[in-house]
Design a protein around this ligand. Sequence first.
Ligand code: E4P
Length: 222
Amino acid sequence: MRLFLDTANIEQIREGVKMGIISGVTTNPTLMAKEKGVSYRDRVVEICETVNGPVSAECTARDVDGLIGEAREISAWHTHVVVKIPIDEIGLEATSILSKEGIKINMTLIFSANQALLAATAGATFVSPFVGRLDDAGQDGMEVVRESVEIFDQYHLPAQVLAASLRHPRHVIAAARLGAQIATLPYALLKAMVKHPLTDVGIERFLADSQAYEKESARSGA
Ligand code: E4P
């Protein structure tokens, strides 16, 4: 399973990449809006130069020609760019045209396995079920991941399931166990995955014991 970061914050991306565990990034207009003093294009290129893997950048046009033009433009910014297109009729039409040109698409705002099947059939490289937002609405978001993985496997569809809108560490484990190829993590979730109170206690105790041992060795001349 590959882990992506779900942020447009370059410092967070640098931190994740330094740890050697991040192989891609997803952004969206909401995440971009948090970044001040930098253009959309410049930030996307900066992210592409920081992470050695796919970087999703969202299209916002609301007609087929507009989406196609925007996707062609954004995808030319860097070889790592994957264009993000929301699923609907125009999104599917644009995806079916763009995918034939070799442009990689992350089909986003997926809330059902039907939508996931349509996205994969249209030629999307990545299909992103939004787990947390479905949970928020009282549904089982992970069920869409499970059904999508099963359907893609069953028919050998090349699209990869990218579990998105993840909110807590158990979401990541569930997506991994279900066979999602990618989980995209908000930075706070990545930090929560690293942390365990028993690890902190264990490190402190080993440190204290090693200092006590060094002190005793010095005292006894051993
Ligand atoms: C990633 O591709 C999505 O845009 C993101 O995971 C959405 O997360 P949210 O539901 O927390 O906004």
